[in-house]
Design a protein around this ligand. Sequence first.
Ligand code: BTN
Length: 247
Amino acid sequence: MINLVEEATSTNDLALEHRHGAGHGACWVADRQTKGRGRREVGGERRQWFSPAGSNIYMSVLLRPEMEPESATPITLAAGLGVADALVEETGLDIWLKWPNDLFVGERKLGGVLTEAAIDDGELDAIICGLGLNINISADEVPDELSDIMTSVAIESGRQADRLRLVFEVRRRLVERCDAFAGGGIEAILEDLRSYDRTAGRRVEISRDGEWVDGTSKGIGDRGQLTVEVDGQVTDVQAGEVRFPEL
Ligand code: BTN
């Protein structure tokens, strides 16, 4: 079921509010958001997600994967993979995934995923994948402070895309990848995840004892984690402990 609305504070809020009785793959889409949420900056504030009307995609997909909740965390990687599959297929753009699941074209961000857990009485009820995808916004409409870091399908391809068609395809491929992960674990998606990774060899900073330490990404490890070399030692890092200073 896909629910379309003109305005929402955040489509993740819509999904949270309406999730009871909604099945795996249910989806909420808004033309604009008044309080779109980005992921939290490492150690800092949550960023607002730029969400003007009439141009981009703001959608949230509800997932009820058939798996133990404690194994579900990497599902956010599968979600990013599904979104990348759909956008590559539909737009032909050279999209890559900055671990864990930011969509990039070249050095600019095309979209991001905010995964939130819906908890009832201490139990996981559902996982909500919120997707912010820059589609038809033109370079003129991008605020100055974002112009060096964000891009859109239209900016990259020179063409306007059919947003509704993209919503259907993104939802379909996201659910497909998340189901593959729930059924087969990380092995079911690892090779494809790695094929979208271009972080290997790039400079990263990891948080250690309250300080940022320089390292080099060694790419995605066997459990879907990012591996980083610091002072000759390779360590695994979690999403909240890594930043890419050049991106
Ligand atoms: C990021 O910071 O990279 C994640 C951004 C996620 C934005 C989307 S837009 C739809 C959904 N609703 C929100 O409030 N956030 C997500």
